[in-house]
Design a protein around this ligand. Structure first.
Ligand code: SAM
Ligand code: SF4
Length: 324
């Protein structure tokens, strides 16, 4: 599928649940957000049907996310079913990693290709604070299991926030020296609880990069351009360092994705609250062709860019409900 701006859309992010076992301070309020009613959440069969139809329209990569995808039962069954769809080349998962230890092998044997783990601090006390109660020991156990299960490369997503965890940019970068992980720094985005985000707390990737350059030369990794990250390697390091800059250098012109929320809404752009209700169409008996047309419509309505440099973003749907 091509959109109005000639972008090829081949990537679908599927949020399989809005529930989460953590309450990260930049993503959710302490009390959580009102959960979507169970009856409004797409069943796995409905998700598989949408992915199958989307594959017929050129979707080749699927990412499963949430909320926390590992809190929804039966995830391996969903992965197996998506794996069997003709045309799907890659299945990946974004998780906080807390439940990964018991899951990594079965996820891998079910057909999962890759995993992204969100980790915003290497310090147990700070991790507990940022996630409001999470145990970093469990995340490390999960990462080790994922490595053993062959889920390579392990990508670790870090959101540096000024005055909170920016003193850990160097330790995170150093992690790539010994470990073959891809540590990706992501700019703090104006989405989530309203009282948390401030422009001054978002550290532009150029600044993060210059901090990392304080410990060594960064060699660009040529030919590695899948998605929005720009990759480098510290001299002699086993792993890579990626920079994802949705705010300072937004990559909208290269955007290749649409999102499906757990309650069956297609979201053409992360930063736009425009949504297309696929679930209701399905409940009303939409045929595969009808669903295909709705998918094409969602792709057609993708905006040219998020325009965050010119406007203030007021989030309606929380990140845990969109599927980050
Ligand atoms: N629970 C899973 C996890 O944390 O990996 C998947 C869902 S979570 C919403 C997906 C990603 O969104 C996480 O990597 C998280 O750091 C990121 N995220 C949430 N709010 C964000 C914000 N305001 N700015 C940047 N990233 C954010
Ligand atoms: Fe949960 Fe992920 Fe949001 Fe943290 S970032 S509260 S783990 S959905």
């Amino acid at each position: 599928m091509k959109d109005r701006f000639n972008r090829k859309i081949d990537y679908l992010r599927v949020s399989i649940t809005d529930r989460c076992n953590l309450r990260c301070i930049y993503c959710m309020p302490a009390e959580g957000v009102r959960p979507i009613e169970h009856r409004d959440i797409l069943r796995y069969e409905e998700m598989v049907r949408i992915v199958r139809i989307a594959a017929g329209y050129g979707i080749t990569n699927v990412r499963l996310t949430g909320g926390e995808p590992l809190v929804r039962k039966g995830l391996p069954t969903l992965i197996k079913a998506v794996r069997e769809i003709d045309g799907i080349k890659s299945i990946s998962l974004t998780t906080n990693g807390v439940l990964l230890k018991g899951y990594a092998h079965i996820l891998s044997s079910s057909g999962l290709d890759r995993i992204n783990i969100s980790l915003d601090s290497l310090r147990p006390d700070r991790y507990r604070e940022i996630t409001r109660g999470g145990s970093i020991a469990e995340v490390w156990q999960g990462i080790e299991e994922a490595e053993k299960a062959g889920l390579n490369p392990i990508k670790i997503n870090v959101v540096p926030i000024k005055g909170f965890n920016d003193d850990e940019i160097i330790p995170f970068a150093q992690l790539t020296i010994e470990k073959p992980y891809h540590v990706r720094f992501i700019e703090f985005m104006p989405i989530g609880p309203k009282d948390i985000w401030e422009r001054g707390k978002c550290i532009p990737c150029a600044r993060i990069k210059s901090i990392v350059q304080g410990i060594g030369r960064l060699e660009p990794v040529k030919g590695k351009k899948a998605g929005p990250a720009v990759y480098y390697r510290l001299e002699g390091a086993r792993g890579l360092i990626g920079f994802i800059s949705p705010i300072s250098n937004h990559f909208c012109s290269e955007c290749n994705r649409i999102r499906l929320t757990a309650d069956g809404k297609l979201r053409p752009c992360l930063f736009s609250d425009e949504e297309i209700d696929l679930k209701t169409a399905m409940q009303n008996g939409a045929s595969d062709e009808d669903i295909g047309r709705i998918l094409e419509g969602a792709v057609f309505s993708k905006p040219k860019g998020h325009g965050l440099d010119k406007r203030r973003f007021e989030v309606v749907r929380p990140m845990s409900r969109i599927g980050g």
